[in-house]
Write a protein that binds this ligand. Structure first.
Ligand code: GLN
Length: 493
């Protein structure tokens, strides 16, 4: 039995039935990490000792005959922008390479309380800026489906770790698509929850009005289980919302007969690969077979989403990243006086994409340009949100590809920031509107996974899980794993 291939739901049953122990499970994952990391490079830090200690504690609990929670004793990992007390948290940046937080992110605390076994911290684009994980200051992560290709980003380490079964599940963060696009590229399930549904306390800020944490998992059920553990109000995050948190698993297995799906035609425009579009139209047919009603609709301001995002996100990042000055914490370069020390610290501590964003954002916020750029972008953001409000007057969910293409090769887009930015064309509007979006495996083009993107009403993650689960059970794409042929060719197995 290959226990690393199993979902959290399946592993929970095996733990309860005493077929395996959490220690065996943790060893199995650590062994796999040791074997595969040379090629995949999903982890920045592996916390093997504390993982085994936690696993032993869970085993002792089981041996005493105590009941365990659904995620208890199950190995997982966190994107390296979520603070973990006593464990280095780098944001894949030289600036935070040696940073050991004195506190943990709320999501890390909630998972720890749920008995999760933290295997380590996952690679990402520096400060979550990017779509390929090539912007990590340490090393790029490789796509387990084809090691010559990117895993997507910025949560590339998170998606690759789950796809390569180096963790049962992972948490990522999504500012413009960073959970969903890598989930699509790596053939896993990725949920970007409603803004305010999951606490951002202890998430190292990129663009605070857009950032959300969410789960990357092997299947839809696991995704709902992890959401159960992490979602809900947190008084430590002032943007966290008090809402009636449902048990997200209650939506699994509900049929989707008569459910109304809108397909915004703007999401199938220029730049969307025709083979990817074909997979998505096949998905629409599958959903219709299941009884859903689907028709084309329009979100007329979609074209303005990318320009608005690339003003708002850099503006917020320029403000958030001002704190890295070499004085308080993080990297510090030597200088002759304060100004030269700060200047050198920031010049050496940040990589080129982060600097580009800080410059763009500072410009957009500067006096004289503020109204022309930043305020205008905020107005556009309202129009985009109104498009969604209107569409959700008619439809229960909206559907699109997650990304315009399948995973691309290393270097293919890194020399052209604009073409890299366009990877998120289908996901960015969802962050601007604050609504939830999920990517689920929907098929393949040239042996590489394609993601189906479902968008929902605010705080209606439940309906997304309902549709996603029905589709997953009907099609079974989540069961196809990175081909052992590819993995074997690179000496991984
Ligand atoms: N790729 C987008 C960007 O670079 C989104 C990143 C994200 O969601 N963190 O900004």
């Amino acid at each position: 039995m290959d226990i690393t291939a199993k979902t959290a739901g399946e592993l929970h049953d095996l733990l309860v039935q005493k077929e395996i122990t959490s220690t065996e499970l943790t060893h199995a994952f650590l062994d796999r990490v040791r074997r595969l990391e040379g090629q995949v490079q999903a982890y920045v830090t592996v916390t093997d000792k504390s993982a085994l200690k936690r696993a032993a504690e869970v085993d002792a609990k089981i041996a005493r005959g105590e009941a365990i929670g659904t995620l208890e004793g199950i190995p997982m990992a966190l994107k390296d922008n979520m603070c973990t007390e006593g464990i280095r948290t780098t944001c894949s940046s030289k600036m935070l390479e040696e940073f050991v937080p004195p506190y943990s992110a709320e999501v890390a605390i909630r998972l720890q309380e749920a008995g999760a076994i933290l295997l380590g911290k996952l690679n990402m684009d520096e400060f979550a800026m990017g779509s390929s994980t090539e912007n990590s200051r340490f090393f790029p992560t490789h796509n387990p489906w084809d090691l010559e290709r990117v895993p997507g980003g910025s949560s590339g380490g998170a998606a690759a770790s789950v796809a390569a079964a180096e963790a049962v599940y992972a948490l990522g963060s999504d500012t413009g698509g960073s959970i969903r696009q890598p989930a699509a590229f790596c053939g896993v399930v990725g949920m970007k929850p409603t803004y305010g549904a999951v606490s951002r306390y202890g998430l190292i800020a990129f663009a605070s009005s857009l950032d959300q944490i969410g789960p990357l998992t092997k299947d839809v059920r696991d995704n709902a289980l992890v959401m159960n553990a992490i979602a809900g109000h947190d008084r430590k995050d002032s943007t966290s919302v008090r809402f009636d948190k449902p048990d997200y698993t209650q939506f699994l297995g509900k049929n989707i007969k008569g459910l109304k799906i809108g397909i915004p035609r703007e999401y199938f425009g220029e730049g969307i690969d025709s083979d990817v579009a074909k997979v998505i139209w096949d998905a629409v047919a599958a959903l219709k077979d299941l009884g859903a009603e689907a028709e084309e609709c329009s979100l007329p301001h979609t074209d303005y989403a990318m320009p608005a995002y690339y003003l708002i996100a850099p503006a917020e990042c320029s403000s958030n990243l001002a704190r890295y000055d070499g004085v308080r914490y993080g990297y510090r370069a030597e200088g002759d006086d304060l100004i030269s020390m700060v200047r050198k610290t920031r010049a050496e501590g940040f990589g080129p994409e982060v600097k580009r964003r800080i410059m763009l954002g500072t410009y957009a916020l500067s006096s004289g340009y503020y109204d022309a750029y930043y305020v205008k972008a905020q107005k556009v953001r309202t129009l985009i949100k109104q498009d969604f409000d209107q569409a959700f007057g008619t439809y229960d969910v909206l559907l699109s590809p997650t990304a315009p293409t399948v995973a691309f090769k290393f270097g293919e887009k890194s020399s052209n920031p604009l073409s890299m930015y366009l990877s998120d064309i289908c996901t960015v509007p969802v962050n601007l509107a604050g609504i939830p979006g999920i990517s689920i495996p929907a098929g393949f083009v040239g042996g590489l996974p394609v993601g189906l993107h479902l968008m929902g009403k605010a705080f209606d993650e439940g309906t997304l899980y309902q549709v996603a689960y029905a589709f997953e059970q009907h099609t079974g794409f989540h069961k196809v794993k990175p081909s052992t042929k590819e993995v074997a060719a690179h000496g991984l197995e």
